[in-house]
Design a protein around this ligand. Structure first.
Ligand code: NAD
Length: 285
């Protein structure tokens, strides 16, 4: 089923993970505004319910379902619950839930922080694709939107766990794009730079990096609503890669045109970075 005017993002039966805040909340609101029925899923059920209440206040259709995306069985149960609520197969899955991590060097970042970051940011998206790609393939139509980051190709220092998790999401999305070609199921991957959300509040980020990221987010961040709109519009046009901001587009082009220069540049950034002073606070385990 494709919605109004052939646009996939209209009139969807959509499921958004991490819909209690930020980009996920914005996707849920935008999809509901485009006539969709939206399952708003989050590990924080109260937050998901707030998103639902706002959508329903605007006359939209939504329901909150708690799910920790790092747990495969919870994602399977989410698919069953969503099908029950829709009374049909979902037509769009937005694998958005994620957390922030960074500020320490490889070897200083604790293995617990690596596992936490990859467990949510990468395994969460793997679980979503593992469960929903076969359902959509069998239905012969639908949409998968995965939320990665410009970190997936930017690979800045002191963000290894986050970078690796997002590079995995990018590779998974590219793989799915090929695997699902000709099936009626369309894939997009969102790779933003800063977006104004609550991600820094719950992340495992060293104090100085958090403060620097907060400043950059305030100065350069795009609104989550605009990011969601741009992503859905790009998805409707059949685009795989969504770089919503000019700096994301510039980084993407530079990395592809001159990867050696780009990587040397990140080394220069590390040497002049104010967060170097903070690295002694790491507690590896
Ligand atoms: N904000 C940015 O600058 C930015 C930039 C690039 C990519 N991203 C990505 O965007 C996505 C959304 O982040 P955001 O910025 O909106 O952050 P946010 O903190 O505002 O929202 C994230 C939501 O995910 C939920 N969540 C966390 N762990 C979960 C889990 N295990 N299972 C289910 N839900 C969980 C949180 O409760 C929260 O509601 C993330 O994947 C993030 O990596 C954000």
């Amino acid at each position: 089923m494709i919605g109004i005017g052939g646009k996939r993002s209209h009139d969807t039966l959509a499921l958004v993970t991490g819909a209690g805040s930020g980009i996920g909340q914005a996707f849920a609101a935008e999809l509901a505004g485009r006539g969709g029925s939206v399952v708003c899923s989050d590990i924080d059920e109260t937050a998901a319910q707030r998103t639902v209440d706002a959508i329903v206040d605007q006359g939209g259709k939504a329901v909150a379902i708690r799910c920790d995306v790092s747990q495969a069985e919870e994602v399977r149960a989410l698919a069953d619950d969503a099908r029950g609520w829709f009374g049909a197969t979902p037509t769009m899955i937005v694998n958005n839930a994620g957390v922030g991590a960074g500020g320490r060097l490889v070897g200083e970042t604790s293995l617990a922080d690596w596992e936490w970051t990859l467990g949510i940011n990468l395994w969460g998206v793997i679980h979503g694709c593992h469960v929903f790609a076969p359902i959509l393939r069998e239905a012969g139509r639908g949409s998968i939107i995965n939320v990665a980051s410009s970190a997936s190709f930017g690979s800045l220092p002191r963000m290894a766990a986050y970078n690796v998790s997002k590079a995995g999401v990018l590779a998974l999305s590219e793989t799915l794009k090929g695997e699902l070609a000709g099936t009626g199921v369309h894939v997009s991957v969102l790779c933003p730079t800063f977006v104004k959300t609550n991600i820094l509040e719950s992340g495992r980020i060293s104090a100085e990096s958090n403060s620097l990221a907060g400043t950059l987010m305030r100065l350069t961040g795009m609104s989550a609503a605009r990011v969601a709109r741009t992503t859905l519009d790009t998805h409707d046009r059949g685009g795989l890669y969504v770089m919503p901001q000019l700096d994301a587009k510039a980084l993407w082009r530079l990395k592809r045109a001159a990867p050696g220069v780009f990587t040397r540049g990140t080394g220069v950034l590390e040497r002049v970075s104010p967060v170097r002073r903070d690295s002694s606070k790491g507690t590896p385990s």
